[in-house]
Design a protein around this ligand. Structure first.
Ligand code: EPU
Length: 443
């Protein structure tokens, strides 16, 4: 298993280009099932989660190939095994989003029921309820969700809100199924996340009729069939936010290109409150990009992120989009650990997503968990320690803390970070980080 050895503190300076979004790519890959034929997706990041999802599609019968220029080609002409195996679903919960498209295209599906994970219970009751509203018959057997729609799916008005608000992948599942259902579906309390808007745009390019994109009310006029298309996924706003925190926590200056600030207003608001300067690059010519970076154009617009006057405390509440994203909560906790004063972070999406608290405290942070909230008492400096990554975003927070901490931080189980950040050390080191990846037996 790999570990990171991080020498700190460092000041990060330079440029980085944001990759395509993992959380947009996964449902879009699932949606390619809806059209029999070859879809070509650009800007899909080269991550372990994407490889696992590719394996899942291959088990269904699809052929998935990645070309040298980074494009992912999915040939879904043949789907002869509509089963999401436990062995794959247990590795990645997002596998659940094959349920809707399989039902719509194939009329039946069997997908392992996802279990709990490091960030909480994560039920899928809303996915199931939404698909049942469209006419699917669903029951559970031996840990599997067995779904059938022998008479096809029928459009319906569906309220998809739950105790924690909207559901991202639940909306994706119902949206994909509704695209091929007979008649009109209205999803009320739909997730408004940019990744769901991107999925809806992809579906429309395939021939779906979806309106209200980006709003909590999606209206879908079902169509008879969808066709494969070429599509480029949006940049990853969570990766962009992580690099912004990297600039702030190291009092550095990072130019971040291929970053859509419009998708990050809550994040930008909190960063500015904290004392971070974020200047759009709009008026400047695009910087020269290293080979392999995505092409020029509007999406190349970026920002210069600096933080030179210390970190001010801030209160943060995570919420569904357009609120502050839960996927940046851990990274901001690392940053606010160094603020001149006390901050409160309230987690309203996954109230148990705090595995990083104890690990950051091992690095001399002063964090106290109170139910779904953490009180962050700012400290003057963080100290290096050996820490354990528990999930993707928690491990990103530990890497960020390691950049700022004095001494050698060892982050164990970095396979978590590889799920969502492509070669993070190879992107941070050119900015001035000192991160070494080492293979250790039995950690
Ligand atoms: N929920 C229910 N019932 C459901 C589904 C969700 O009660 O049927 C609850 C969840 O327990 C949670 C809340 O609703 O309290 C929101 O969960 P949601 O369904 O929106 O999460 P998700 O779709 O499973 C996606 C991202 C997560 C991200 C969340 C929230 C992907 C692949 N995953 O998960 O990303 O944290 O939305 O924004 O898109 C990550 O990238 O690190 C990650 C965990």
């Amino acid at each position: 298993m790999d570990i990171f050895r991080i020498e700190g503190p460092v000041r990060l300076c330079g440029s980085v280009t944001i990759n395509g979004s993992k959380n947009a790519s996964l449902p879009i890959m699932a949606a390619s099932i809806l059209a029999g034929g070859k879809s070509t997706l650009s800007a899909v990041p080269n991550l372990s989660d994407i490889s696992v999802f590719s394996q899942l599609l291959e088990q269904l019968g699809c052929c998935v190939t990645r070309s040298d220029n980074g494009q992912l080609c999915i040939d879904s002409t043949v789907i002869d095994n509509p089963v999401g195996d436990y062995e794959i679903v247990r590795k990645m919960r997002a596998s659940i989003c094959i349920l809707g498209p399989l039902l719509a295209r194939y009329g039946k599906a069997k997908v392992s029921m996802p279990g709990g994970c490091a960030i909480g219970d994560r039920p899928v009751n809303l996915h199931i309820r939404g698909l049942q509203e469209l006419g699917a018959q669903i029951h559970l057997k031996n840990g599997y969700i067995i779904a059938e729609a022998p008479n096809g799916l029928r459009g319906k008005e569906i309220f998809l809100g739950g105790p924690f608000g909207s559901t991202v992948l639940g909306t994706a599942n119902v949206l994909m199924a509704a695209a091929l259902a007979k008649g009109r579906t209205i999803i009320e309390s739909a997730a408004c996340e940019p990744e769901i808007a991107d999925l809806a745009k992809y579906l429309n390019k395939m021939g779906a009729k979806i309106s209200g994109i980006g709003s909590p009310r999606l209206v879908i006029e079902g169509v008879g069939h969808l066709q494969p298309v070429d599509y480029e996924v949006i940049p990853d706003r969570i990766e962009a936010g992580t690099f912004m925190v990297a600039a702030a926590i190291t009092a550095g200056e990072i130019t971040i290109t291929n970053c859509r600030l419009d998708d990050m207003m809550a994040v930008v608001d909190r960063l500015r409150h904290i004392g971070v300067t974020i200047d759009p690059l709009l008026s400047r010519p695009p910087p020269r990009l290293a080979s392999g970076d995505a092409g020029a154009g509007e999406s190349k617009n970026g920002v210069v992120v600096t933080c030179s006057d210390g970190v001010k405390p801030a209160d943060i509440t995570t919420q569904p989009y357009p609120g502050f994203p839960t996927d940046l909560q851990a990274q901001f906790m690392a940053l606010l650990s160094l603020a001149e004063g006390n901050s409160v972070i309230i987690e309203k999406v996954f109230p148990d997503r705090f595995m990083h608290v104890a690990e950051l405290n091992r690095m001399a942070a002063n964090l106290r968990k109170e139910g779904p909230a953490v009180i962050v008492a700012g400290v003057e400096k963080l100290m290096a320690a050996s820490v354990m990554a528990s999930d993707l975003r928690a491990s990103a927070a530990l890497v960020l803390a390691g950049l700022a901490a004095e001494g050698i931080t060892i982050v164990n189980r970095v396979y978590h970070i590889d799920r969502g950040y492509e070669k993070i050390e190879k992107r941070l080191n050119p900015l001035g980080a000192k991160i070494k990846r080492k293979q250790i037996k039995g950690v």
